[in-house]
Design a binder for this molecule. Structure first.
Ligand SMILES: [Fe+2]
Ligand SMILES: [Fe+2]
Length: 159
């Protein structure tokens, strides 16, 4: 029966969405850890103002993790407890570059996630994700400014 098939389709899509949100959650944990460590080890007068920004980022990433975990639970999934690995470096520029690259990937992923959430009618989730994207874009902008470069183009891969 076509209706049964649609039901199964929707279930599969929600499963995929839960799995993808768990990847997002693991990236949020990674961001919390990276910002906590980097903001404390950045040394030198020129990095003091970005170090203060990174502490604010850490707190916002925790809020994102809370939101994503809540949404995974709401969808019937189990939130992951494992972060993606965090790279370390002695050089301030490297640390800020790692953060910037991660933010760019995160924004790209969340844009895809908004489309997935809307495809299964989860508009409140899509709305929550849009708010997170707004903050990730601010993070990306802060990091690019600290490096003295333009904000990377999230659309360069055609997303
Ligand atoms: Fe985040
Ligand atoms: Fe971020």
């Amino acid at each position: 029966m076509p209706e049964k098939k649609n039901d199964q389709d929707r279930k599969n899509k929600i499963k995929e969405l839960i799995n993808a949100l768990n990847e997002d959650l693991a990236r949020e944990y990674q961001a919390i850890i990276a910002y906590t460590v980097y903001s404390n080890v950045l040394k030198g007068a020129q990095w003091m103002s970005i170090a203060a920004e990174l502490k604010l980022h850490a707190a916002q990433e925790l809020q994102h993790a809370m939101t994503i975990a809540d949404q995974i639970d709401y969808l019937g999934g189990m939130p992951t407890a494992t972060p993606k690995p965090v790279k370390l470096s002695e050089k301030p520029e490297d640390m800020i570059r790692f953060d910037l690259d991660n933010e760019t990937v995160t924004i790209r992923n969340y844009r895809q996630r908004v489309r997935q959430a809307e495809a299964v009618g989860h508009y409140a989730l899509a709305e929550a994700l849009r708010k997170i994207i707004g903050q990730e874009q601010e993070h990306q902008h802060d990091l690019a400014t600290a490096l003295g470069i333009d904000v990377p183009d999230v659309f360069s891969d055609g997303a």
